[in-house]
Design a protein around this ligand. Structure first.
Ligand code: ADP
Ligand code: MG
Length: 571
């Protein structure tokens, strides 16, 4: 059997890696490649060299270490459901990264505050654990250093397994808390639709982050824990924590108002990341949002391919057909209109918009501006006139941060005011204020819905010069085949591996024929979801490529497809 395609299983693993490394000592660096395949390690693990390193300066060689279930020996209740397996893997990879921190040759993707399905560590349905990591193989003067390699692979990895991936060495309370926290968060999210909610933030949650570039919880004095206003208090039951109270954000149109610097964006950002489960100690463990929640923002310069945006943009001075709208360089308002319609097309149930990053002319047009500029001269219809219909007719809820305009008071089901980082329900007061007419006239009666598009898979080809090319540049950019996809405005991406996962998912959707030129984007995403939620799980994306990745949501996959400049679609 080709060693490269062998499974991680122990049966076919070769013995004698230590002797082999001794033998290779001093050989040309390229001979590491001959080790490709599976090897038995001392103690019962199997090490697989997936991809060797071409030279000492190339990216590290990729390895997978499989720890059989009997050896890992975690109690069954830590891995007997998919969510528990994801949580246990999330715990183990963080622990392994901590234990391996002193050895700079090991490269482990531990992830950040959110617990995603990651390729770097997976727990299988039999309780076995696989750790996938990069190891920089030692090669002074481009020769194999057999002794150092033996130290890293033959001695170091079994030691790492012993310290980090076995129950015997773990802190039972810590691992149990990690798994329970993730399971509770996922269960809470699943309960939202039956409770008629789009989001929930528990009392006591700590939402602010350390800095704009550091997602860890803020520290120090002056932190204000979340406290639910009485009118929005909801009690939920979680599988592990039991009864928990907090603020339920109901379906419909919710407005977050309040003075500048009072915590509006921080609350919205918590909902944005509430699509993920967070690690214990994060502060947002019980701040969750519906899984189909999508943040929308303005993004001038983005490409748009054949989107029906006429609900928001019509009668452009150029005469362009906005019911079938394409551009290589959208404006702030058209980009936001397109992103909103695309999100609904891909199945979003909740839209989040922050005035800080929105195009104001797409959000509002007040009575005075209506009086000055006739509707015939204004191509834009602001969201304030369709946001109710989005929910009523299409089941899509909206949570808006809007401190600067009162026009949304007319259309909001709920108004939450942030004051000194504390939320207050001011819906009744808002109704009184809204009872005084402003003279503003509605410019639309309803949101007409979206036109489904059928992407042409050949315009999403992931090959470049005969090879699959999927490479993330942080969360900013995805290289997919010949395409360079700008993702800076796609805010619900956690990290580089998550972006890699998006690219791999597009590749998979094309390779498996989910995107076949006839299916709509939403239909193809359904099939992709089915693959990623199935028994294959994370592994559905393995094999294309051996870099670290995290499994993405359909919404980020759609967002990437929509930003491919060469995208072609039929309608
Ligand atoms: P707004 O959007 O209302 O202008 P932000 O959400 O941007 O306000 O918050 C302003 C500042 O207050 C930020 O630096 C944020 O980290 C901090 N902050 C937000 N919520 C809290 C809180 N609960 N406790 C302490 N500081 C907070
Ligand atoms: Mg703000």
């Amino acid at each position: 059997m080709d060693r490269r395609t062998e499974a991680d299983e122990g049966g076919s693993a070769r013995a004698g890696l230590d002797r082999e490394l001794q033998r290779l000592d001093g050989a040309p660096y390229g001979r590491y490649r001959g080790l490709t395949g599976a090897w038995a390690l001392p103690g019962g693990c199997v090490l697989r060299l997936v991809r060797a390193q071409a030279d000492p300066f190339a990216p590290p060689a990729r390895f997978a270490v499989r720890v059989p279930g009997e050896l890992a020996a975690f109690p069954r209740e830590l891995w007997d459901s998919p969510v528990r397996r994801r949580a246990l893997a999330g715990y183990l990879v963080r622990r392994a990264a901590r234990e391996a921190a002193a050895e700079s040759a090991y490269h482990l993707d531990a992830g950040g505050q959110e617990v995603l399905d990651r390729s770097s560590c997976t727990v299988a349905a039999d309780g076995s654990v696989t750790l996938r990591l990069g190891v920089a193989l030692p090669g002074p003067r481009r020769r194999i250093d057999g002794r150092a390699a033996r130290q890293l692979l033959w001695e170091g990895l079994p030691e790492l397994v012993g310290r980090a991936l076995r129950h015997a060495a773990s802190d039972p309370a810590e691992v149990a808390e990690f798994v329970a926290t993730v399971e509770d968060s996922a269960a809470l999210r699943e309960q939202l639709p039956t409770l008629g909610l789009v989001a929930f933030v528990a009392d006591g949650a700590l939402l602010p982050r350390r800095t704009g570039a550091d997602d860890r919880p803020a520290r120090g004095t002056g932190l204000v824990p979340f406290r639910t206003p009485d009118a929005l208090r909801v009690t939920v039951r979680l599988p592990n924590a039991g009864t928990v109270t907090g603020m339920g954000v109901p379906e419909g149109v919710t407005l977050i108002v309040g003075g500048g610097f009072h915590g509006k964006s921080t609350l919205l950002r918590a909902l944005e990341t509430g699509i993920w489960d967070h690690v214990p100690g994060d502060g947002r463990e019980r701040a969750v949002a519906h899984g189909d929640t999508v943040k929308i923002r303005a993004e001038d310069g983005r490409p748009v391919t054949r989107v029906d945006v006429h609900a928001f943009v019509d009668h452009l001075p150029s005469g362009a057909d906005t019911a079938d709208f394409s551009t290589a360089d959208a404006s702030g308002s058209t980009s936001q209109a397109a992103s909103l319609c695309e999100a609904v097309e891909a199945g979003a149930r909740v839209l989040l918009i922050d005035e800080d990053t929105a195009a104001s002319n797409l959000m509002i047009r007040d009575a005075r501006m209506q009086a000055l500029v006739a509707k015939e001269r204004e191509p834009l219809t602001p969201l304030v006139d369709t946001v109710r219909s989005l929910h009523r007719d299409h089941g899509v809820s909206t949570v808006l941060v809007m401190g600067g305009s009162g026009d949304y008071l007319d259309v909001a089901d709920r108004v939450v005011m942030m004051d000194g980082y504390r939320p207050y329900d001011v819906t009744a007061r808002a109704r009184e204020v809204a009872a005084v007419p402003t003279g503003r006239r509605a410019e639309a009666v309803s949101f007409p819905g979206v036109v489904a598009r059928r992407p042409d898979p050949s315009s999403l080809d992931a090959t470049a010069r005969g090879r699959t090319r999927v490479r993330a540049h942080g969360t900013d950019r995805l290289a997919l085949g010949e395409h360079e996809v700008d993702l800076r405005a796609v805010e619900q991406l956690a990290d580089g591996p998550h972006v890699t996962g998006v690219g791999l998912a597009v590749e998979l959707a094309v390779r498996r024929g989910h995107l076949d030129g006839r299916r709509t984007l939403a239909e193809a995403l359904d099939l992709l979801d089915h693959d990623l939620a199935g028994p294959e799980g994370v592994a559905a994306l393995v094999g294309v490529h051996d870099d670290d990745y995290a499994v993405p949501r359909r919404h980020e996959v759609a967002a990437a497809i929509n930003r491919v400049r060469a995208l072609r679609v039929r309608r």
